[in-house]
Write a protein that binds this ligand. Structure first.
Ligand code: NAD
Ligand code: UDP
Length: 322
């Protein structure tokens, strides 16, 4: 039975990865310091014999007894309001956290994967974004702590691959959504759905002409799983190429939720990327992967999840993004 360490396991993506690896018959070691995660995301796994949880900050020395076949480093604040609040921790988990886990991977002779991001392309001047594009990032702007942490994470991962011969994988994840996102994490989908459920107006930043391309979490997890088991060490974009403006996205949420609220316009945050769409030619060719879940289906599943949350949680996790 293979054993996999997943960092950031109590977060949105980490918890779905835990589910998938348990389903595939792996032994899962989950690690998280709960800075943006929530144990409720993995509480259903806690009683399983194949599941262990370590409450640990990966910027500190990481020790895991026993063998490891794979390490998936997904720990990092991921939403702009999170990393704007804790920029130093964000840089540390990308830099020192990644270094610690690469060291662990060497000791265990484990294959190592990092969760990189479309943010390495910054506010892109090439559209759609291919893996060959080097990006357009402001290192000293508000998003710099995240974007540069992820760029460093890619660089040190590639250095371990080149100089130590470590088996490594780099997935560049584009905006992903689904159940277990935090209602107050500030990302656009939980923000809009939370607002609709609480009977508030939907806040569009800027004029809403900026675009994003949203991938349903199950599709992403499938792409990650295939990339991990492939023999491809260069970065691969995983995302859904179906692109939409934020204004049209708000309209889709209004229709889906049946809210009678309207949209209100707020200032656009500094350095907010104007457009984003993955070129997934590599994922198609190398992994035989493409997304299967359309936005209508994915949004419905996600809305059903949020609707099922208690009233207390809906208000406890109300959106405070300024
Ligand atoms: P999330 O905030 O839900 O999960 C991140 C988890 O990491 C949380 O549980 C948090 O407590 C944990 N964590 C943070 N710092 C830690 C540390 N020092 N030690 C241990 N645990 C720590 O975010 P997510 O959306 O699940 O994102 C997971 C990963 O995927 C991140 O690396 C993120 O950069 C990347 N990513 C996500 C998206 C997306 O659309 N969700 C897009 C691109 C990249
Ligand atoms: N956004 C918005 N209203 C909100 C939250 C976000 O209009 O309440 C916009 C945000 O400015 C950005 C897009 O939605 O243009 C996606 O934002 P998110 O934080 O989800 O992700 P990212 O900017 O990192 O892609």
């Amino acid at each position: 039975m293979k054993r996999v360490l997943i960092t950031g396991a109590a977060g949105f993506l980490g918890s779905h990865l835990c589910d998938r690896f348990i389903k595939e018959g792996y032994r899962v070691v989950a690690m998280d310091n709960l800075i943006t995660g929530d144990l409720r995301n993995i509480e259903h796994l806690m009683p399983l014999a194949n599941f262990e949880f370590y409450h640990h900050d990966v910027t500190k020395f990481v020790h895991v007894p026993g063998d490891l076949d794979y390490i998936l480093h997904f720990a990092s604040p991921a939403s702009p309001i999170d990393y704007l609040k804790i920029p130093i921790q964000t840089l540390k988990v990308g830099a020192m956290g990644t270094h610690n886990l690469l060291g662990l991977a060497r000791v265990k002779n484990a294959r190592f994967m990092i969760a990189s991001t479309s943010e390495v392309y910054g506010d892109p001047l090439v559209h759609p974004q291919t893996e060959e594009y080097w990006g357009h990032v402001n290192p000293v702007g508000p998003r710099g702590c995240y974007d540069e942490a992820k760029r460093y994470q890619e660089a040190i991962t590639m250095a371990y691959h080149t100089y130590h011969g470590l088996e490594t994988r780099i997935v560049r994840i584009f905006n992903t959504y689904g159940p277990r996102m935090r209602l107050n994490d500030g990302r656009v989908l939980p923000a809009f759905i939370g607002q609709a459920l609480r009977g508030e107006d939907l806040t569009i930043f800027g004029d809403g002409s900026q675009t994003r391309s949203f991938c349903y979490v199950d599709d992403l997890v499938e792409g990650i799983y295939r990339l991990l088991l492939s023999d491809y060490a260069n970065p691969v974009n995983i995302g859904n190429p179906s692109e939409i403006t934020i204004k049209d996205f708000a309209e889709e949420i209004i229709k889906l939720t049946g809210t009678s609220q309207k949209v209100v316009y707020k200032p656009l945050p500094k350095d907010d990327p104007k457009q984003r769409q993955p070129d997934i030619t590599k994922a198609r060719e190398i992994l035989g992967w493409e997304p299967k879940v359309g936005r209508a289906e994915g949004l419905k599943k996600t809305y059903d999840y949020f609707r099922g949350l208690s009233k207390e949680r809906l208000y406890e996790e109300s959106n405070h993004r300024e």
